[in-house]
Design a protein around this ligand. Structure first.
Ligand SMILES: [Zn+2]
Length: 484
């Protein structure tokens, strides 16, 4: 194995947002993050992928592609060929509906081994091919070139009745809850994943034992849960995480040495939008909006008579027209009647169409053409560009409320097989179907809106920076940091 010049440590602080981060730094709540910011470069508005759900974003980060290429559409989606809903963990009620064994299989096996496209390579795979080692700590997307033959943790064996071995494809260093760990002294509180303290402990172990590989991908998941309940301005979570980061830096002779020896990337994956307080108004029950249609009730194989399947990812939903006699245009018309629905989009022969429940008009776009956007992507556009808050100056496209809107929205419309419509809710609102979790009075994410699409990133310990401020552009930069 090639020794890296300087190991890269990428820490994802799930759901960290720029405003509370800046406030925590300014008020002295977060000295470690402040140190990285002062000694490195701060990006307050990095563009995430769409839908703004962790597994889709992590897949984009690790493969350098959007979901049209990596094929991980969302946290919950309908698998047409298998006629079933895939759920990587939306919430306990929905998981019970999907079936616990199926959820465990989807989450820990199918996601990486089957659903994540084989046409794309993760950073782990690419680095291994080039002779470098890498680590994954507490991430759900981790595909690598090493097979770890693991048994399910005991509690999951009992719950699922599955006692065999799972051949997990991961990088050489792989750590995830009760599945696999580095330090003999890290103990999982629950089988699925690590809490923030254990995650830091696993990373600390690699540093202390001088085992840091060329690239370490490390995910801290605790902030997300806090923000869902407490709303976006919660600073306590950031303070707690910063304390762990300080302890990590203390493993080095000095904090300066920490950034001389390693390149640090600390970033978020998605933000969250505050939710309104009135449940009847702010929660859009799609079964009511689509009244008259036979909607599949359970998240298992829909029966033949059903016409519509719903996959709700908080503020974004996929509406699948599965029956022979469902006219998609009629479904779209019905969705348009609800003013709380922001974007209603679908694809037809590589052309993408947008209408809205809130605004009048229609907008269409497709790849290639005379218009160039901020990321040098070219497009043909027609109709009411205000629906995606786009402005034009001399054939140049500028995005407003929906960052990188054309590439992100169209990627989702080509992310998996099926006759479906993508819809997003206005800020303050979220979707629901039978068993979806809801966040009244808290916060939620999932949509294309900048509230949850723009996230902070801090880079310290290098002079090489990414070309564009988008998560999709980070892979090529990280590989360059290590291999150049
Ligand atoms: Zn979340």
């Amino acid at each position: 194995m090639t020794k890296p010049k300087k190991p890269v440590i990428l820490l994802i602080l799930d759901t960290l947002m720029s405003t509370p981060l800046e406030e925590a730094v300014q008020t002295g709540y977060a000295p470690a993050l402040q140190f990285l910011m002062e000694r490195g470069r701060y990006y307050p508005q990095l563009v995430s992928s769409f839908p703004t759900m962790s597994v889709t974003i992590a897949s984009t980060l690790l493969t350098g592609t959007y979901s049209n290429k990596h094929h991980l559409p969302a946290l919950i989606w309908y698998h047409q060929d298998e006629n079933r809903v895939v759920n990587y963990g939306t919430g306990i009620k929905e998981i019970i509906e999907t079936g616990f064994s199926q959820f465990v299989k989807d989450m820990y096996y199918e996601l990486n081994n089957v659903h994540l496209s084989n046409e794309v390579k993760t950073i782990h795979e690419e680095l291994t091919e080039r002779g470098f080692e890498s680590a994954s700590i507490n991430a759900f997307v981790y595909r690598g070139l090493y097979t770890h033959d693991v048994k399910l943790p005991r509690s999951l064996r009992v719950l699922t009745g599955f006692h065999g071995n799972l051949p997990i494809q991961a990088p050489i260093y792989w750590s995830l809850g009760a599945f696999s760990k580095f330090s003999p002294f890290t103990f999982p509180r629950q089988p699925f994943s690590w809490n923030y303290k254990s995650t830091f402990q696993e990373l600390k172990f690699l540093i202390k034992k001088r085992k840091l590989p060329a690239f370490t991908f490390c995910v801290i998941q605790d902030l997300d849960l806090r923000v869902h309940v407490k709303g976006p301005m919660d600073l306590t979570g950031i303070r707690k995480i910063d304390r762990q980061l300080q302890k990590l830096f203390n493993q080095f002779k000095s904090w300066d040495e920490a950034i001389e020896e390693c390149t640090w990337i600390v970033m978020s994956d998605n933000g969250q939008a505050s939710m309104g307080n009135n449940r009847d108004h702010y929660v859009i029950d799609l079964r009511k909006v689509l009244k008259g249609y036979k909607i599949s009730k359970k998240n298992i194989s829909p029966q033949r008579k059903k016409q519509i399947v719903l996959a709700v990812n908080q503020r974004t939903a996929f509406v699948y027209c599965i029956g022979n006699h469902v006219v998609k245009d009629r479904v779209i018309d019905q969705l348009r009647q609800d003013k709380r629905i922001d974007i209603i989009a679908w694809e037809n022969r590589d052309q993408f169409h947008v209408v809205s429940g809130e605004k009048d008009g229609a907008f269409s776009f497709w790849k290639g053409g005379v218009y160039t956007d901020e990321y040098e992507q070219t497009w043909t556009i027609a109709g009411d560009k205000g629906l995606l808050d786009i402005t034009l100056t001399d054939n140049k496209i500028y995005y407003g409320d929906f960052p990188d809107a054309l590439a992100r929205l169209s990627s989702s419309l080509k992310s998996h097989k099926g006759n479906y419509i993508v819809i997003t809710a206005k800020p303050g609102y979220e979707f629901k179907t039978k068993a979806s979790p809801i966040h009244v009075g808290g916060a939620a994410h999932g949509s294309l809106h900048k509230q949850e699409s723009l996230v902070p990133m801090i880079v310290a310990g290098t002079d090489l920076f990414p070309k564009y401020e988008r998560i999709v552009d980070l892979k090529s930069w990280i590989v360059k940091l290590i291999t150049d």
